[in-house]
Each structure stands twice: as C-alpha cells, then as structure tokens.
Design a binder for this molecule. Sequence first.
Ligand code: HEM
Length: 338
Amino acid sequence: MLAEFEKTNGQSFDPRDLIHKTIGNVVMKILTGVTYDYDDLEFSRVMTNTVRVFTLLGEAGILASIPALAAIPSPTKWKIIKAWEEIYGFLKEIIERRKARFDTNQKATDFMGSFVKAMCAKGTEIGPASCDEINLMVSSFDLLLAGWDTISTTLAWGLHTLASYPEAQRRVHQEIKDVIGLDRLPQFSDHHSMPVTMATIAECMRFRPTLAVHIPHVATQDCKIGGYDIPKGGQITLNMWYLAQSPNIWKEPQEFKPDRFLNEDGEFDRKIDPLSFGTGRRVCPGEPLARTEIFLCLTYLLQRFTFSLSEGTLKNLPTHFSLTNQPKAYQIHAVKIA
Ligand code: HEM
C-alpha cells in the first residue's frame, strides 16, 4: 500500500481502488494465508463481485424490507445471485485446493486452515459438530463480504476527511511523531497513548457513517421499544445517518470536531460511542478487527504522507448509497513527509 501511494509522487489520484485492494489482501491473508498482486485477474474478479453485491444489496434493501416486493423476480435479484455464485465459486476452488493439500500435522496459520483442521477432527473429542463444509463456506463468505467493503469505505472517507481538515490532520501527524516517531512502524498497542488519533478516527466515523442504515432485525415477539409497540414479525433498523447528525445528540453535528471525543484531561472518551458497529447481542463481531485495521492503515499512511484535496474535489463530497455509504469519486495529493 505504502509503495503504491508513493508511486503517485504527489500527483492527484483517487485512492479508493488502492484502499480497496489493500483491505482485500488483509481479508484474503486472514482467510487463506495468501495475498495477491494488485493486478491479479482472479483477485480483481472477486473484488468486482464483492463491490457489486454491496451496491446491489443497497438497491435490494428496499425490496427485501417489503415481503410482497421481495418475492417478485427482479433484474437486481438475478444480478446479486450471479455475483454471489461467482464469489462462492472462487471460495469453493480455494477450499478444494486446501483440502487436497491438507496435512493434519501442519500448524494452521489462517482461518481456512484452522477450519479444515477442525473438520478433520470432527467426531473426536476436540472436533465441534458444526465444523462442516457448509459452515466453512458460509463463514468464509461472511468474512470476505462483511470484512472488506466496510473497512475500505471507512478508510476512503477517512482520507477524504483528513485531506479536507488540515488542522485535524496536523494534530494526528504531531501525535504520530511524538509517540511512534519515524523510525519504526506503528503497532496497534500505540493506540493507548494516542488519544488525538483515536478521537479523530471516532469523529471520522461519526461524520461519515459507513452504514447509513444498520442491518434490519425482526421482532420474535410483541414488544415495546422507545415507547413504540413492535408486533411480532415487525422489522426494526437503526437509522445511523440520523443518529450521527442529530443536534439532539451532538453539538454542531455538521462540524468536524475530533475534540468531542476527548475528555477534560485530553484522554480519549470511550463512553461517547457513535454506535458505528451497532450494540447489544448482535453487535458487529468484526469490530475489533475493523478497529485494528483502521488504526494501523491510517497511522501507516499518516506517518509517511500529508494529504490534501485536489483542486475541484468537494469538501462536501456526495455519497453513493449502497449497503455501505460510499464516497463518490474524489482526488487527493499524497506528499511524502521528508
Ligand atoms: C468499519 C467496519 C465495520 C462496520 C462499520 C461494521 C458495522 C456493522 C454493523 C452496524 C452491524 C449490525 C449490528 C447490529 O445489527 O446491531 C454489523 C454486523 C456484522 N458485521 Fe460488521 N462492521 C464492520 C466490519 C466488519 C468486519 C471486519 C467483519 C468480519 C470480519 C464484520 C462482520 C459482521 C457480521 C458477520 C455481522 C452480522 C452479525 C449478526 O448478525 O449477528 N463486520 N457490522
């Protein structure tokens, strides 16, 4: 990632594709232990298909929330199924290759390896019954889809926002210089000593929420939420866009103010949570991974580059609503810190 950013040599570029490929490789490394060259055709195809599923699920969300509409065949539905099948095909091929070469004595170093090992141990005392091929496929699919576009969208917004607010970016640069320095790479444990960076990330996620509307849930019984009667079978979802922009919750919500996440002692205030990952029993299970990747990617980049908006790129960038709330095309400069 760093080498690719450096190649832009301070010229105007759109970082979204590079960010997407970087995060895709992190997901693939966790899942399969393999990373891909950025121009690899197989990698590009799976990336195109995951983006397509996310984009189409945005359109299809309206259909899915009204049962009568969800039942009607539609071109969107067919396109989702086609992209979905291609991703399954890609994963199935990798799983078959892994199974064929699997050595039970080998130490598993990635998700698929660990899962295949558990499948082999099935029926023994240590082998859980749920470790079968269907579960491996579905879990891999979830990790690939949920762990890719969400993080790259958050980072794409993060870079645009930091390029739009140079003073906020300067403060993060300063903190990186003070805490990490320029001679070693950032580590996630650095976050304990970096309240300004943590507050800036939290504010980036409030300011431009990755999911404008959270995943819908269905009531399993009649209940009351916030004074409203919810009948059994009723759908409930969280309007994150409203929560993030509500003047009832945030002072001057239209302003980008990382300080709102710092307490009087200048510490990162964990109690103020913009609920970017949901809450309760169905809170996002990928939250720790997402927080780690977001912190590391941004600190790696800001340790080396200063970002600014290119001429003609709007500070108030329009959004493209898919399942995630993606930034439309934009251009920035990445100037190497001497
Ligand atoms: C910035 C990145 C991310 C954001 C903003 C995000 C946000 C969310 C939100 C809001 C939900 C719904 C929570 C609810 O229903 O209350 C969710 C669910 C979920 N997320 Fe994430 N997520 C992110 C990254 C990830 C990653 C990296 C993974 C996997 C490694 C992941 C896997 C999942 C799964 C499997 C669910 C469904 C959980 C369930 O239904 O019980 N997410 N996420």
